[in-house]
Design a protein around this ligand. Structure first.
Ligand code: SF4
Length: 867
């Protein structure tokens, strides 16, 4: 028996059919995914076990009752407000929270505690899109729908590795292009990512070159007579000012021919969708970039109609829901404005609340700085891991520890952030709690429980409401259920709609508990009276006072060049992990794709700085330091480097790369420039490298270490400085296997030490160490753990003669490795369908298909070079 729910990861918001036995399928009836799931969604069943779960409140490491925990929270926040004023307290929330959780937290702190010091990790994700929307439209409105990508003639993906970060949307675009090959795809990205596999044109701009590119496009739109005069005259202000500021596109890092190709494509078809994501938003000029893109759509009237429009793709599953309840420090609930007295009065009147802040609160970077300076006396972090995800992450850890009282609500006590707080509260997780989320196309979907709530865990909205009651506001927080909260949220949206705002779901304000349980995915607006269009702005109707949109004059930034011997440091994501891996790190198939943190470095820079392939590199700047594996590749431009952001102190010795990112923020949105640090790179000298596979959980305790789940236990990449005197003791320590019988083989020629440990005749651990990067068949070694196999086979470090090497896993769903794929291609499966048919790779979620195509192309290139 399956339950219809929604994936808890990215902003695509796929529908999932989930069962208590862990079986997971895509929901064929959900409009976002129509049955598809990516590798992360497919592996959800492997993430819901109770291992490591926080099951009881813990105060300073000791279990306490809920009564004690809630009393402590209510008392500490009340004391801080009494002694230091409302602005001495703060909440830091998450786009992982459900709308109901977000609503209650926002109501408690703004309406009752009386401060706007509530911000969220969505500040790191799409705050610049929010700010750009509000500047252009007068409201934070996403005009379009996912169907627009399928109906467009040209899809432009800016700063978005859609193939890895929003895989199901990528699948939809890929399928649309397969059905209509004349459809054109343009990727604008400094890196050559997996998304480029379906691109007709990849524009490798320099970092932050986007504003100059779209400014140049605006000039071309004018030069080619494509301004939609009727639309602009009726609905848009600021055209002339924007045109005067627009240049030619020079300075974005592209040559004239590339610019011309882009201008021809964008201008040549009316049906253009321009999607933008983290590469645009996570910048010190992110809001300007958003407005440079929107300017082009407003000037041409290409907005709000089928197959056209600007489209902000959110990273998180409920970033949009957080925006709808006003979960950012500069917003009010229901897309009302904090700096508008009538809006503040309306919300306060609706809540009948004692307080309402008149000024915006602290945005994320400033919030943690205020923690560090002692301004914040009580801090509540819900469902997020800022010690990994925030810029200047080491500083953020210090800042949290500096707060006199800090509380965290999470699924796990062992996260980098929860280890910094005084009180941890066990929150109900995905599959256990119930509520709603809103995806990037404004579609509200239900998350439903299909598992019992473990231990003493509670939903976040219920925890927050209980604190509100204990602080003396019983009537305002007397919710019986998530449905109760949702009805109030929907009713408040009716108040906002009456004030002329876009967000309106008042048609759901009287929804019964039974109908809430049955609620089908619905795109807002959902007004109480009549029906509404699903797209916005085809006939104007903007939310500035005069009903018109605004085009902004954009001055592109001077592009940052690396100073001296530094490289520009970009941060990114991998295909199979989500944020700080607290969930995806539990699923063995997802750890097989990218098993350790790495730095992509261009071959020119690898030569320049003496970085050998697969060696280790120290990356540093005044903010922090990381040690990563070197991946030499021309996917990044010379002078730049890039690392994924997922690794934590729980999974790697020194892999928290956001410790290197500066807290430089966009002046309008407050979003940090997470993709623009300057770093020094140098070889990280070690005396030995190792690989380990164990049935026991290992810890990242060596100078370099990265651990990952495997299908037979755990796997680890390790390295150390001094060659151990006692290799057996070292192996036992790394493998976390104090007992068992050891077999060992030392290869004098290569210097490699090979150790196998057996427990009752079955292999419990295998350890390989050498003076250089270890060349063993990792997947094959992992497969042997738990088996009664002869030591000679384990210590060989290669698959048996009957089992050719699999290579690094490419297809996580079907467990197909790189070497298997290369053999199949060499054997004639040289097209994507043939390779899928032959190996099974790519036949489930399809997330690996860009890599399959890349392998086919590379093998073909090598074959031609050899001829
Ligand atoms: Fe989840 Fe993948 Fe769908 Fe995103 S694309 S919502 S991660 S299944």
């Amino acid at each position: 028996m399956s339950t219809c729910t929604t994936c808890p990861y990215c902003g695509v918001g796929c529908g999932v059919l989930a069962a208590a036995d862990g079986s997971i399928q895509g929901d064929p009836n959900h409009p976002a995914n129509q049955g598809r799931l990516c590798s992360k969604g497919t592996a959800l069943g492997a993430t819901v076990g109770l291992e490591g779960r926080l099951l009881q409140p813990q105060l300073n490491g000791r279990d306490v009752s809920w009564d004690t925990a809630l009393h402590v929270v209510a008392t500490k926040f009340a004391e801080a407000i009494r002694d230091h004023g409302p602005d001495s307290v703060a909440f830091y929330l998450s786009g992982q929270l459900l709308t109901e959780d977000y609503y209650v937290a926002n109501k408690l702190i703004k309406g009752y505690m009386g401060t706007a010091n509530i911000d969220t990790n969505s500040r790191l994700c799409m705050a610049s899109s929010v700010a750009g929307h509000k500047r252009a439209f007068g409201s934070d409105t996403v005009p379009g729908q996912y169907a627009d990508f399928e109906q467009a003639d040209v899809v432009v993906l800016v700063g978005s590795n859609t193939a890895w970060c929003h895989p199901v949307l990528f699948r939809r675009i890929e399928a649309a292009k397969a059905a209509r090959p004349e459809m054109k795809i343009v990727v604008v990205d400094p890196r050559r990512t997996a998304t480029c596999q379906i691109a007709d044109l990849h524009l490798a701009i320099q970092s932050d070159g986007d504003a100059a590119l779209f400014n140049g496009l605006l000039t071309q739109i004018k030069a080619r007579g494509l301004i939609d005069q009727a639309y602009v005259e009726a609905h848009v202000n600021g055209l002339e000012e924007a045109l005067q500021a627009a240049g030619t596109g020079e300075g974005c890092g592209l040559d004239a021919d590339q610019l011309a190709q882009f201008f021809d494509l964008w201008c040549g078809s009316e049906k253009v969708v321009t999607l933008y994501s983290m590469g645009v938003n996570q910048s010190a000029r992110g809001t300007d970039k958003v407005n440079a893109i929107i300017n082009c759509h407003l000037a041409t009237g290409r907005i709000g109609r089928a197959g056209m429009g600007p489209f902000s793709m959110t990273g998180q599953p409920n970033a949009m829901g957080g925006r709808e309840v006003g979960g950012l420090s500069n917003m009010l609930a229901s897309h009302l404005e904090l700096d508008n007295a009538a809006h503040r009065d309306a919300v306060q009147g609706f809540w009948q609340s004692p307080a309402m802040p008149e000024a915006p609160g602290l945005k994320a970077v400033d919030l943690f700085r205020a923690c560090h300076t002692g301004k914040i006396k009580a801090l509540w972090i819900m469902s997020t891991n800022p010690v990994v995800s925030m810029p200047e992450a080491d500083f953020v850890a210090e800042a949290i520890r500096a707060v006199p009282f800090s509380v965290g609500s999470d699924l796990f006590a062992a996260t980098d952030t929860m280890s910094c707080v005084d009180l941890v509260l066990p929150a109900a997780g995905w599959g256990e709690k119930t509520g709603t989320v809103t995806n990037s196309e404004r579609c509200i979907s239900r998350q439903r429980a299909f598992l019992p709530t473990p231990g003493a865990a509670r939903p976040d909205w219920a925890i927050t409401a209980e604190v509100g009651r204990r602080m003396g506001w019983g009537d305002a927080f007397e919710y019986a259920s998530a449905a109760d909260v949702f009805r109030e949220h929907a009713a408040l949206s009716g108040v906002a709609a009456a004030l002329g705002r876009d967000f309106d779901i008042s048609g759901l304000q009287n929804i019964s508990d039974a109908d809430y349980d049955r609620l089908e995915p619905q795109v807002w607006p959902i007004p109480a009276q009549g029906t509404a269009e699903t797209r916005f702005f085809s006939n104007g109707g903007f939310y500035h006072a005069d009903g018109k949109a605004k085009m902004l004059p954009i001055t592109p930034p001077v592009l940052t060049a690396p100073v001296g011997d530094t490289l520009l440091f970009n941060t990114a994501r991998v295909r199979d992990h989500w944020h700080t891996m607290t969930r995806t790190g539990r699923a063995a198939p997802l750890g097989a794709h990218m098993g350790e943190p790495y730095l992509e470095v261009h071959p020119v820079d690898a030569d320049r700085f003496g970085l050998g392939a697969a060696a280790l590199v120290e990356v540093s700047n005044p903010h922090g330091r990381a040690v990563l594996r070197v991946l030499v590749t021309d996917r990044v431009q010379a002078g730049t480097c890039c690392a994924p952001m997922h690794w934590t102190a729980q999974t790697a010795a020194r892999g928290r790369i956001n410790a290197l990112v500066t807290g430089n923020v966009d002046p309008v949105s407050g979003q940090p420039a997470l993709k623009m640090a300057q770093v020094v790179v140098k070889p990280y000298a070690v005396g030995w490298y190792g690989f380990a596979a164990s049935a026991a959980q290992m810890q990242p305790t060596r100078p370099y270490a990265a651990i990952a789940r495997s299908k037979t236990g755990w796997r680890a990449e390790v390295a150390g400085h001094k060659t151990p005197q006692d290799w057996e003791a070292e192996a036992r320590s790394v493998l976390n296997l104090p007992d068992g019988v050891v077999s060992r083989f030392d290869d004098a020629a290569s210097g490699m030490v090979r150790i196998a440990i057996y427990d009752d005749g079955a292999l419990s651990g295998a350890f390989f160490a050498a003076p250089g990067p270890v060349g063993v068949a990792r997947a094959a070694t992992v497969d042997l753990i738990g088996q009664k196999v002869p030591a000679v086979r384990v210590l060989a470090g290669v698959p048996g003669a009957d089992q050719p090497s699999k290579g690094a896993v490419v297809c996580a769903c079907m467990d197909v490795g790189r070497h298997e794929l290369q053999r199949a291609i060499a054997g004639g499966a040289a097209s994507l369908p043939a390779l899928m048919d032959c190996t099974g790779a790519g036949t489930n979620c399809g997330s690996c298909r860009p890599e399959l195509q890349d392998l086919i192309a590379k093998t073909e290139t090598q074959r031609m070079a050899a001829e």
